[in-house]
Design a protein around this ligand. Structure first.
Ligand code: IPT
Length: 991
């Protein structure tokens, strides 16, 4: 039996001292590729016989390294079908805060899937015999042997482990035993999939005599003098000399020697890197030097003397097929998408990423908060009793994790802050961890969010505050957390603030991004924040074609499972942007364009860069038709500065009538590594009031309405304006010869995940169904026809409940169709009664219509092209758009309200065998069109369950509530809710 090293509290055994990960010219042998693999359900019986050189592994499987064994096809070498553990209780598991094993440290269950890996490889002639064996990531605990000789064992899944080894020329055999559960599990309880295996690269690095053991680049920038100061500390295996060359700066230095020269500083928007080399007689390491200084002065976080504001996202490593095994192209894609959407910062939630990602951040320009692989969230289920950061026995093990991160990543200019952990409670151990960082690197602030004393953090930080709470923090008026001493409270008030997580992007959402930006803008103490989160952690479903993702809830046999909390990204799992990303791009614009009288004003909010790389253009459109366009002679503005230029004078004659909009755009002049020339960085739209004439009822531009095919007669019902109404219900039955039915008063929407909140007071959707908004019934009180008008009075309510809505539909025949005004009043007890503690809330105030299935296309004038909601509309533009009805929907992996087009002026519907229909808001309506009802959408568990009902359902609404981010964040702000007040709206139906 083994010594149960996987249950040992303590640092790695046998590994070499941690050091910087850097590209070197010393020979390197990648050990990635096909390995032999044998999976055992437990640790028992996994003896050491597999270490022998000549083990017969013919009955083993083949597996790719790097990979997670739970996501791979495991192929028997002896033949037979490949196996997959996906969807299996032994396969990928997802929990949010819960541990997947009993909370009983240091023990882990006997059922501990264990993978034995074997690789025979040839060491080429001339490679030498001294080498370092480097594992960049093994989840969660491993022991390694080379040629039968035990090297050591370690945990720290997303941290490197290196061993000094002696190899022999020719054949060598490497054996690695990997346990799914270990002592490390207690420290890696992040909200993500549990994915064991050797999931990052394995390399053999030749170590010649004068090999560089480690190096530390100190590259400071002094904003007062513009001087960069460089010193590279080096340790060389045999103590021989090392030199640093930076030809571009004419620098040729000894190790440890300091030089100051004028430089361009590094920043996320101007990521100036100076390429250089660090050489001994036997090895050369490539240096990518970025000069910059991160400091805190007067309670403000500064980079190079200027306030540092994060427009950031939390990024987990995720790929829908390979999990946390990411190739370089995927990392580049993440960065391109971030840069294209004005994201300039990443919190590496919640572990150090593959080191290549940080090199790419240096190069493309992203501020990085590097977070250690440490989260003890599961101890919350023991009331934080025994929490490792508060138990001295654990400190050396925790400190080693910090040291491995800091040493590996210390030379990256993009890394501007160390985050010690996520969600790990409070504890005296953080003081020890802080010291262990400072003993290596004192040049970056240290962050820890969860300890209310903030004693060991250089910044104050929280997650998911309300707008009001953030405002108080901005002003320095935040309430004092419970149990915090006077000294700690006073100290915290002097600290800059960073919002480590906000705007929970689960399902449809988040809303309010612009609101957060406005608060950040107003308070220097606030250094911005990081949206939760970048990408959905969903997996492809090869077993279910058409189903895009597998989520936590799919692992039915496993309890607990974290459900769908793993699907809360701005990108869908396949990296298709969700509509929220357009909203992010707008909220994070680093350049703001505004109209001031006859001038266009450009405010440059970039950190360092002027705007000489941008050109500014403008267009003038009337009702979505281009009238004019021009390039504007906008002078460049310095970072933090402003420039302006006069707007051109347009031919106002041509612009008369309709809605005239001026659109201005700042586009890149040249190709950048992350976007081709012409990429829009910022834009603004301005409605031209001077040019506006009173809106005419029917306008020239939209498609012609078809003539009525059959004029209904009074025998079939009530005939009005070429349409037919039901005598009893007063409802429209037919328009333009087609069965167009409605309106039904509608107050429901398929709950979004943000509508459900986290239960409790924020669960709005629970209120809707409790009071029957999803099962409204209607009673027509009165149908009165007077000449060319029809008035229909209706009461709408739900079984068992006394509250109701009374509404009047007033119809009037107009040229080409009908005009309808809906008047709504909320009657009865909508506020708390003795039986009900809470106010009733409604998500929509609207009307529902049933149209024949033949309608397929929609064209509209209003906001677009994507979906919009009242708190998520600033990223859309007013214009004229067209789409297939089926493409208006957004296929959220969890079905929920989607596809709304807010503030629509008109829409035109057409299809085969149905009359063209035109609907106008007078002036504005919210519109959704889909082939199922809101109730059917609410009932579906997956997009595959959504059926075509055989009709097109159209919602024409006065208002719909916003999105918010209450699934983890604060309650939906009052201003984005639907007030229960008398309301009125008008639409025109033309056929
Ligand atoms: C916060 C976690 O840090 C993050 O990993 C994720 O789980 C997020 O919540 C929800 O998706 S912690 C929570 C207590 C706010």
């Amino acid at each position: 039996m083994n010594d149960a090293y996987w249950e040992r509290i303590g640092p790695s055994v046998g590994t070499r001292r941690p050091r910087a990960d850097a590209p070197s010219d010393a020979p390197r042998l990648s050990l990635n590729g096909d390995w032999r693999f044998r999976l055992s359900p437990t640790t028992a019986g996994t003896g050491e016989e597999f270490l022998a050189d000549d083990v017969d592994d013919a009955q083993w499987d083949a597996i790719a390294v790097p990979s997670h064994w739970v996501l791979e096809e495991i192929t028997p070498l002896a033949g037979g079908p490949a196996r997959s553990l996906r969807g299996d209780a032994e396969g990928p598991l997802y929990t949010n805060t819960a541990l997947p094993i009993p909370l009983d440290p240091p023990r882990v269950p006997h059922e501990n899937p264990t993978g034995d890996y074997r690789l025979a490889f040839d060491v080429p002639e001339g490679f030498g015999t001294h080498a370092v064996l480097r594992f960049r990531g093994v989840d969660s605990c491993a022991k390694a042997w080379l040629n039968g000789h035990e090297l050591g064992h370690w945990t720290g899944s997303r941290l490197p482990a290196e061993f000094d080894v002696t190899v022999r020329p020719g054949r060598n055999v490497l054996c690695v035993r990997v346990h799914r559960w270990s002592i490390g599990t207690y420290l890696e309880d992040q909200d993500q999939w549990w994915l064991p295996g050797i999931f990052r690269d394995v390399d053999l690095l030749a170590r010649p005599a004068a090999a560089i053991d480690d190096h530390h680049v100190h590259a400071d920038f002094d904003p007062a003098t513009g001087l960069g100061t460089l010193r590279v500390d080096v340790s060389v295996g045999d103590g021989s000399a090392a030199r640093i060359a930076v030809p571009e700066l004419s620098l040729d230095l000894d190790a440890g020697e300091t030089a100051s020269v004028p430089v361009h500083p590094w920043s996320a928007d101007a990521p100036r890197l100076y390429r250089g080399t660090l050489s001994t007689r036997d090895e050369t390491i490539e240096l990518a030097i970025g000069f910059r200084r991160i400091e805190i002065a007067d309670g403000v976080l500064l980079a190079n003397g200027r306030p540092l504001r994060f427009r950031g996202v939390n990024r987990h490593e995720h790929h829908p097929r390979t999990g946390r095994t990411l190739d370089r192209a995927t990392m580049v894609r993440d960065i391109e998408l971030m840069k294209q959407h004005n994201i300039d910062a990443v919190r590496t939630s919640h572990y150090p990423p593959h080191p290549e990602f940080l090199s790419l951040c240096d190069e493309y320009g992203l501020w990085v908060v590097d977070e250690c692989d440490l989260e003890t969230h599961g101890f919350i289920y023991a009331g934080w009793q025994g929490n490792p950061p508060d138990e001295p026995e654990w400190y050396p093990m925790l400190a080693e994790r910090l040291e491995r991160m800091v040493h590996r990543d210390k030379n990256h200019p993009s890394v501007v802050m160390w985050s010690m952990a996520n969600e790990s409670g409070a504890g005296r151990g953080f003081e020890v961890l802080r010291e262990s960082i400072l003993s290596i690197d004192g040049s970056r602030p240290i962050l820890y969010e969860r300890d209310p004393s903030y004693r060991d953090s250089d910044l104050y930080a929280v997650m998911y505050p309300s707008l009001e709470a953030l405002e108080l923090i901005g002003r320095g008026d935040e309430p004092r957390p419970d149990g915090v001493s006077d000294d700690d409270d006073a100290r915290r008030r002097t600290l800059p603030f960073v919002l480590v997580e906000y705007a929970h992007a689960m399902g449809n959402g988040p809303g309010s991004l612009q609101d957060y930006e406005r608060i950040f803008d107003a308070h220097p103490r606030l250094s911005g924040g990081f949206i939760w989160e970048w990408i959905d952690h969903g997996f492809d479903r090869p077993d279910l074609p058409g189903e895009r993702v597998m989520h936590g809830g799919d692992v039915d046999g496993y309890r607990p499972n974290g459900g769908r909390y793993c699907l809360d990204g701005l990108l869908f799992a396949d990296r298709t942007p969700s509509p929220a990303l357009a909203e992010v791009a707008k909220a994070f614009e680093p350049v703001r364009l505004t109209i001031d009288g006859g001038d266009l004003v450009l405010r440059n909010q970039r950190h360092a860069r002027d705007t000489a790389d941008l050109r500014v253009t403008c267009t003038l459109d009337r009702d979505g038709e281009r009238l004019a366009q021009a390039e504007l002679p906008m002078p460049a503005a310095l970072a933090g500065g402003e420039s302006r230029c006069a707007l051109p004078t347009f031919d106002t004659e041509a612009a008369q009538g309709g809605e005239v909009w001026l659109t201005v755009e700042a586009r890149t002049r040249d190709d950048a590594p992350w976007a081709a020339a012409g990429h829009v960085v910022a834009w603004a739209q301005h409605r031209m009031p001077d040019l506006e004439l009173p809106a005419a009822p029917a306008r020239a531009a939209p498609p012609p309405a078809r003539t009525v095919t059959r004029r209904p007669s009074g025998d079939d019902g009530i005939a009005l304006g070429g349409a037919l109404f039901d005598r009893d219900s007063g409802r429209l039955l037919e328009l333009g010869g087609a069965p167009v039915e409605g309106p039904w008063l509608d107050l429901f929407r398929a709950p979004t995940e943000n509508d459900r909140g986290q239960g409790g007071r924020n669960d709005l959707a629970a209120v809707w169904t409790a009071v029957g908004l999803d099962r409204l019934v209607h009673r027509t009180e009165r149908v009165t026809l007077t000449g060319e008008s029809l008035e229909v009075v209706t009461r709408t309510g739900a079984a068992a409940h006394p509250h109701r809505v009374e509404h009047t539909a007033s119809w009037r025949a107009i040229d080409g169709g009908l005009e309808l005004t809906m008047r709504v009043e909320f009657k009865g007890p909508w506020s708390p009664t003795p039986h009900r503690a809470r106010d009733i809330v409604v998500p929509r105030l609207g009307s529902r219509w049933r149209l024949p299935a033949g309608y397929t296309r929609v064209e509209w004038f209003g906001h677009g092209p994507g979906e919009t909601y009242v708190d998520s509309i600033e990223g859309s533009r007013v214009g004229r758009y067209a789409a297939d009805i089926d493409d208006l929907a957004v296929p959220y992996p969890t079905p929920q309200e989607n596809g709304n087009r807010s503030r629509t002026r008109w829409l035109a519907l057409e299809g085969l065998g149905v009359p063209a229909l035109r609907i106008e808001g007078a002036p504005l309506i919210d519109v959704t069109a889909r082939r199922h009802t809101s109730e059917q959408l609410a009932d579906a568990r997956s997009p595959l369950e959504l059926r075509d009902s055989g009709h097109v359902w159209l919602n024409l609404d006065q208002r719909q509530q916003g999105l918010g981010s209450a699934s983890v964040g604060p309650a939906l702000p009052e201003q984005y809710r639907v007030p229960l007040e008398p309301a009125e709206w008008t639409i025109r139906l033309l056929a």
